[in-house]
Design a protein around this ligand. Structure first.
Ligand SMILES: C[S@@+](CC[C@H](N)C(=O)[O-])C[C@H]1O[C@@H](n2cnc3c(N)ncnc32)[C@H](O)[C@@H]1O
Length: 403
């Protein structure tokens, strides 16, 4: 099977970099990146800087792309936002999802281009959204994929639990057509056995034999009468791992089984850091922001309530993996990392290169004409490249067997 790839929501290219680290033989036939509401398209430019100018990398709102112009490909990849996936009936016209919701662009591409394999990334909240109808959005997504004859596996992966220097937890979703060779290995006694023995994630991200005893695994029939039915009525507590195949869903709270080396925040720090990253005289602000607090507040409707939040370690310990990096990393913000520099013993922010290292990008990957603020932003949006590299290794094997 040709290793042709389409990369949607490419950002600065985390999926491509990860897959190319696993093998140079992936052929990226089309990719797309467009930053809403911004004139300068820095992430798009950064991608071109790193992978080369090409008319295959397109800077247009994906909602406006006629999906039939996308070249055929066997693997579709992308990290996209968690939005409202509900659908409504529009009478004779069929059904409609909310405007601008990016899942529908992915669905449209799948319908038109029919790739055999799909690898997606999202925040783990996707599995539980929305709060008033737990699991509806992921249910809609699974139903869409089921309608197109895909089986789907998902796994919430905390990069630090597999040796990486950042505690970044994201759900990865792998889907494959039910007529691929890979899907044949699903002829197992049970979906549980499959997940533990042959699952896509199991080889590179091993799990323990026993699942988390606090959460009971569940298997259900995935019966529905169209997408509107799922959107209106489906609710389910998806756990961190699972599989959907031909009308059945199995989910389980798995536990990582990792025995390799563990990286820490201290391992990725730069030496001789510029003075501008050091804090000067603003310690009280940081102390307050990072500290625990209880504040009496009044809502717009006049209702009194207590806002409370716990303390965040300050400074951030460098002998452990870091907390998750957010898009707001450049601002003076409670979740911004502050470390005590081991060389100078003074407090400072992380540098853009350190943020790149936390995600496993090459040094200065984003140092391509964009502002420092946007460099931090792009890293808050991106993924841990090493995770995709590992998935890339598994994909190389799978593609070989499809030949
Ligand atoms: C979660 S980020 C993905 C980051 C990427 N995986 C990386 O490694 O940098 C989602 C990306 O989708 C882009 N995006 C948002 N809306 C879009 C749209 N309507 N069309 C195309 N891209 C869009 C954002 O600019 C952002 O770069």
């Amino acid at each position: 099977m040709e290793r042709t790839v389409c990369e949607l929501f490419a950002g600065v290219g985390g999926f491509r970099l990860g897959l190319e680290k696993a093998s140079k033989d992936w052929d990226f036939v089309w990719s797309n990146q467009w930053e809403p509401k911004r004139k300068s398209q820095d992430a798009f430019q950064c991608y071109i800087h790193n992978f080369g100018e090409s008319d295959r990398h397109v800077n247009i709102d994906i909602n406006k792309v006629d999906k039939s112009i996308i070249p055929n490909h066997n693997l579709l990849v992308g990290g996209f936002p968690c939005q409202d996936y509900s659908v409504a009936s529009t009478g004779a016209k069929g059904i409609q999802g909310k405007k601008g919701v990016l899942w529908w662009s992915i669905y449209e591409t799948l319908k038109v281009k029919n790739p055999s394999f799909i690898l997606l990334e999202n925040v783990d909240r996707l599995l539980k959204s929305p709060s008033k109808q737990r699991g509806r959005d992921f249910g809609v997504m699974l139903a869409c994929l089921n309608n197109l004859n895909y089986s789907v596996e998902w796994r919430v992966i905390n990069a630090a639990e597999y040796g990486f220097a950042q505690r970044r937890r994201r759900v990865f979703i792998f889907a494959y057509k039910n007529d691929t060779r890979f899907s044949e290995c699903l002829e197992y006694n049970s979906l549980r056995e499959y997940l533990h023995k042959e699952g896509f994630f199991q080889k590179e991200f091993p799990i323990q034999d026993n699942s988390n005893p606090k959460k009971i695994p569940k298997e259900i029939e995935f019966d529905y009468n169209g997408l509107v039915d799922v959107s209106d009525n489906f609710s389910f507590m998806f756990l961190n791992s699972g599989i959907m195949r031909k009308g059945k869903i199995y989910t389980e709270e798995t536990l990582p089984d990792f025995k390799g080396d563990v990286k820490t925040l201290g391992d990725i720090l730069e030496k001789d850091v510029d003075e501008k990253y050091y804090l000067n005289g603003e310690l009280d602000d940081w102390d307050y922001m990072k500290g625990s607090k209880r504040i009496e507040r009044v809502s717009k409707t006049g209702h009194k309530y207590t806002f409370s939040e716990g303390a965040i370690a300050f400074p951030d310990p460098i002998d452990k993996p870091s907390r998750t990096m957010l898009t707001s990393e450049s601002s003076k913000n409670r979740s911004t990392h502050i470390i005590r520099d081991p060389q100078t013993n003074r407090l400072r922010k992380l540098t853009p290169v350190e943020c790149e290292r936390l995600n496993g990008f090459d040094d200065n990957w984003t140092n391509k004409g964009m502002s420092e603020r946007f460099r931090y932003f792009c890293m808050g949006n991106a993924l841990v490249v090493g995770l995709v590299e590992k998935m890339g290794n598994a994909l190389v094997d799978i593609f070989k067997k499809e030949e």
